[in-house]
Design a protein around this ligand. Structure first.
Ligand code: SF4
Length: 375
């Protein structure tokens, strides 16, 4: 294979062959996948791929694989049930205090494991003006909605002007306090995360703006990606991360540790490590929950709480997201708990509190079990 470095987004099987990302003998295989799912590798992402390494963790996220056309019976085109919780176009209302607003269905890159892979792609377009107005009405009519999660696709694909208009419209809703944008753009096209974009997200309102950055491997947090995050953060945006646990990409403790440290160094608080959703044709990229829990146990041993994400599962059928990290606590039949310390040793904890009315009558406060320093 060659090591040509593309300047344009790679979208077709021919592009991938020409860029040296797949052998010409695989062109037919890639064509079959391209007929089913969108393909895009931005220049920033294509540059990261180590040509000649069949196990490259960046390639695995973005370069199509024949196994995508193999569908496990448990997989579903809408694995987390967006459609079941969508009262009007573009809005997903799964939890009482927040809604998702899907502004666009395009992305700078198309990830092979995407849980919305059946709905994202270059032909899918954006929310119409009428649907956006209806979404605003929906939010305005529900004072319990405190947060809007702007998603897609990748909503930061919109121009700075459109982002400013969207921000202005949402910021005019008094009970909405948090505007949270979910994006892969600082990794996929860091040059597009400009000061103008940061201004568009933050200027002229008093809402709190979060950007949730999606990255799965420490190599994705390049100097340029970190600078893109800095442009947002320096303008007042708070950042959190989200990653997906992916076989052959980040399903080892060293990679996850490096990824979480890279987030924290970039001032991005690790937020979620998602268990891979049951999206069609993604079984080869999923780890098991037991593997994920073992990795989280090891991360807990190595990292401070600041660098630990929550390992979470979106329950199929729109039943919501729950933490599925390893359990450290087990009740004892006689009362109290067995609790595993970070090294895996089981300690006993007496769950004791003062009895009602015991204060001031000479009765001691009851012991709360072992004490430990919390570094
Ligand atoms: S950027 Fe996000 S929405 Fe777009 S393909 Fe990747 S995971 Fe899916």
């Amino acid at each position: 294979m060659t090591s040509r470095r593309p300047a344009l987004t790679l979208k077709s099987p021919d592009d991938l062959v020409a860029a040296g990302l797949v052998a010409a003998s695989r062109r037919g295989e890639i064509e079959k996948i391209a007929a089913r799912y969108a393909i895009a590798l931005s220049p920033a992402v294509a540059r990261l791929i180590e040509r000649g390494d069949p196990a490259d963790p960046i390639a695995r996220q973005y370069v199509p694989d024949a196994r995508e056309l193999v569908r496990d019976p448990a997989e579903d085109a809408d694995p987390i049930g967006d459609a079941l919780k969508s009262p009007i176009p573009g809005v997903v209302h799964r939890y009482r205090d927040r809604v998702l607003l899907k502004l666009v269905s395009v992305c700078a890159v198309y990830c092979r494991f995407c849980f919305r892979r059946e709905t994202v792609g270059p032909g899918a377009g954006a929310l119409s003006a009428a649907d956006f107005a209806a979404a605003l009405d929906y939010i305005r009519a529900r004072p319990e909605i405190w947060e809007v999660v702007l998603t897609g696709g990748d909503p930061l694909m919109l121009s700075a002007r459109r982002l400013a208009e969207t921000t202005r419209a949402l910021a005019a809703i008094p009970h909405l306090r948090i505007l949270r944008w979910h994006t892969r753009l600082p990794v996929a096209a860091p040059e597009r995360v400009s000061r103008a974009m940061a201004e568009a997200l933050t200027r002229g309102h008093d809402k709190t703006v979060y950007v949730a950055l999606h990255a799965n491997h420490p190599r994705e947090l390049t100097r340029e990606a970190r600078a893109a995050c800095r442009r947002l953060i320096d303008r007042g945006v708070a950042m959190v991360s989200q990653s997906v646990l992916l076989k052959g990409v980040n399903d080892d403790a060293d990679t996850l540790e490096a990824l979480m440290r890279a987030f924290v160094e970039t001032r991005v608080k690790p937020y979620y490590l998602h268990h891979g959703d049951l999206a069609p044709g993604t079984a080869h990229l999923r780890a098991t929950i037991a593997e994920g829990q073992a990795l989280m146990r090891e991360l807990r041993r190595r990292l401070s709480g600041l660098a630990l994400p929550t390992y979470a599962l979106d329950i199929p059928g729109a039943h919501g997201k729950v933490p599925i990290g390893p359990a450290y606590l087990a009740p004892r039949p006689e009362g109290g708990y067995d609790v595993a310390d970070p090294e895996g040793l089981v300690r006993r904890y007496e769950d004791r509190v003062a009895r009602e009315g015991s204060r001031g009558r000479g009765e001691p406060m009851e012991s709360r079990g072992d004490s430990a320093s919390r570094a």
